[in-house]
Design a protein around this ligand. Structure first.
Ligand code: 6K6
Length: 142
């Protein structure tokens, strides 16, 4: 299986869900190579020490989106970077799954929720998220 998966999750938008990202990345690994394992790293904080420049990160991540077969984004923590990555993947005609868990009554941005091209899946438990991931990959294969 040679599928390449770009996983997107908030970094500077806030790291409250980093453990969920890490569990999702582990689950997604059964479906292909996850190019962005660092997004789930508990060591990576929103402030973080930048060992590389922002320009390097931007160029590398755009290159990885281009290489990816699919993009899976966890969108519960609002992140400008994740929104930009979703739009970039859409323009490159990549299938995009957006996983969303409602927190504090906040609703997902209409710019994501209202886009019929994206696969939007709401979940409450991690098991529900994995079911949505399974459904997404089945819909691509079928
Ligand atoms: C150091 C300190 C904080 O962050 C770093 C290193 N930064 C990044 N490394 C890798 N990917 C990044 C970094 N910053 C943003 N991204 C990409 O944007 C990731 O692929 C995430 O999906 C997304 C997060 O965007 P923000 O706006 O929440 O940072």
């Amino acid at each position: 299986m040679n599928r390449k998966i770009y996983f997107a999750g908030s970094i500077r938008g806030g790291r409250a869900d980093s453990e969920i990202y890490s569990r999702m990345i582990a689950y997604l690994s059964a479906y292909g190579e996850v190019l962005t394992e660092h997004v789930g790293s508990q060591a990576l904080t929103a402030a973080g020490e930048d060992v590389v420049t922002d320009e390097y990160i931007f160029q590398r991540d755009i290159h990885w989106i281009r290489k990816a077969d699919v993009v899976v984004a966890e969108v519960s923590t609002p992140s400008i970077g994740v929104g930009y990555e979703i739009a970039t993947a859409e323009k490159m005609h990549k299938p995009v799954l957006c996983l969303y868990r409602e927190k504090d009554g906040r609703k997902l941005s209409a710019m994501i929720a209202g886009n019929a091209v994206l696969h939007i899946a709401q979940y409450a438990t991690f098991e529900e998220a994995t079911e949505e991931i399974d459904r997404f990959f089945r819909s691509l294969d079928g």
